[in-house]
Design a protein. Structure first.
Length: 370
């Protein structure tokens, strides 16, 4: 393998390039990125950066030299997997190995602002500097973090969520209620269980006829994998799950792997493909897929993990929860906003959630991995 092209020059793509070098790959390495920026970190965008703090966002270590070529601000527009040709608007690259790492984009909703890129965050930060109020559609991680940061900046905040509680999908309704309590503690108005019909620049129309006005409107309704350019590539791709892969990032086509938010890896424990949109998984998948590409033994996969910082508290979750799992609070209490809960399936622990319990969470996370 003498030429590897990595498409998507962000967290997963950069981590894959780094892993290839660490595993001894010494051929050509080319990163192609749609954004004009070198790899940067997204989690601070809804937290410290949006709060107005000065934050180091670069993912590259100052001493790091991957001996790579970077083509930035130029999206790949087509791919032929069998031939391993990556097409840009003005040229075509042929590679021996290709890493697909194009991540996701925020699902748009009407005229609402979205938060996925550094440019989105910069624009939202500027809007917050003069705004007095914000309404956020969606109480998922991004919506909840934007709400928390906006409150810390003194804005009046309303969050509208169609499900009965925030994060009802990943955490279940009971634990979602704990997160709802956190919003209430900090003076955020949370409207749950009502859909949104229209999103305008300074107002949101709810399905029950109510209108909520604000200086800024943010849509935080999830993301879609950035795989439109892969239709017709010969890979199995769908617009909700992304690129279908085996459990080590292989796409079924030799020399082509996919990692991070654009990929749906097969999870043998769930017996289906899953797209995991978490920072830690992007790095872990990159290391596994780099070994796959080089024909080396991949390191073992760990259960998915994410963290979220809201209202000064750290929320952490590891594993896969199903609505039918039994959830018990093992330590602390929801009322104190400091607890650790375990999700059991057939009496076996399958997931763990913690609010403000970093140490115990780390121990449980290790237990889930064994
Ligand atoms: P991305 O980071 O989306 O990078 C993909 C890159 O590919 C982008 O630069 C994109 O422009 C580029 N690209 C797209 N299409 C093309 C193309 N056709 N050609 C070339 N390049 C292309 N996770 C957590 O676990 N905890 C958190 O607290 C947390 N906070 C977050 C806060 C925000 C605001 C966001 C947006 C995400 C957060 N995440 C968090 C999720 C985490 O950042 C993502 O899972 C991670 O960024 C995924 O990395 P990726 O490289 O797969 O995708």
């Amino acid at each position: 393998m003498r030429r590897v092209v990595v498409v998507g020059a962000s967290l997963a793509g950069h981590a894959a390039g780094r892993a290839l070098r660490r595993l001894g790959y010494d051929g050509e390495l080319l990163f192609i990125g749609a954004e004009p920026h070198r790899p940067y970190d997204r989690p601070p965008l809804s937290k410290e950066y949006l709060a107005g703090a000065s934050v180091e966002l670069s993912l590259e270590a100052s001493s790091e030299d991957l001996d790579a070529e970077w083509l930035l601000g130029q999206p790949a527009v087509a791919f032929d997997a069998a031939r391993r040709t990556v097409t840009l608007t003005d040229r075509v690259f042929v590679a021996d190995g290709v890493v697909l790492a194009t991540g996701g984009f925020a699902r748009p909703f009407g005229a609402g602002r979205t938060l996925r890129t550094l440019d989105d965050a910069r624009a939202l930060r500027e809007a917050f500097a003069t705004a007095r109020s914000v309404v956020i559609v969606g109480a998922g991680f991004i919506g909840a973090e934007v709400a928390s940061t906006a409150r810390a900046r003194g804005l009046e905040v309303t969050v509208v969520e169609a499900l009965p509680t925030p994060l009802a999908g990943p955490l279940g309704v009971a634990m979602g209620a704990a997160v709802a309590g956190l919003h209430a503690d900090h003076g955020t108005t949370l409207i749950c269980g009502i859909g949104v019909d229209r999103v305008l620049e300074t107002a949101v129309h709810l399905a029950d006829g109510t209108e909520v006005e604000a200086d800024v409107v943010v849509a935080g309704i999830g993301s879609r994998p950035a795989v439109g350019w892969l239709h017709g590539s010969g890979l199995t791709v769908d617009d909700h799950l992304g690129v279908h892969c085996d459990a080590t990032g292989g796409t079924g086509v030799p020399g082509v792997v996919a990692v991070g938010d654009c990929a749906a890896w097969f999870d043998p424990t769930l017996n289906r493909h899953v797209r995991i949109e978490h920072w830690t998984s992007a790095g872990e998948q990159a290391r596994i897929a780099a070994a796959t590409l080089l024909g080396q033994d991949p390191p073992p996969a760990r259960p998915p993990y994410f963290w979220s910082d809201q209202y000064g508290l750290r929320i952490q979750f590891a594993g896969h929860a199903l609505p039918t799992d039994a959830v018990t609070v093992e330590e602390g209490s929801i009322d104190e906003r400091s607890f650790l809960s375990v999700y059991y399936r057939a009496e076996r622990p399958v997931a763990v959630l913690a609010m403000n319990r970093v140490g115990p969470f780390a121990r449980w996370r290790r237990k889930l991995s064994t």
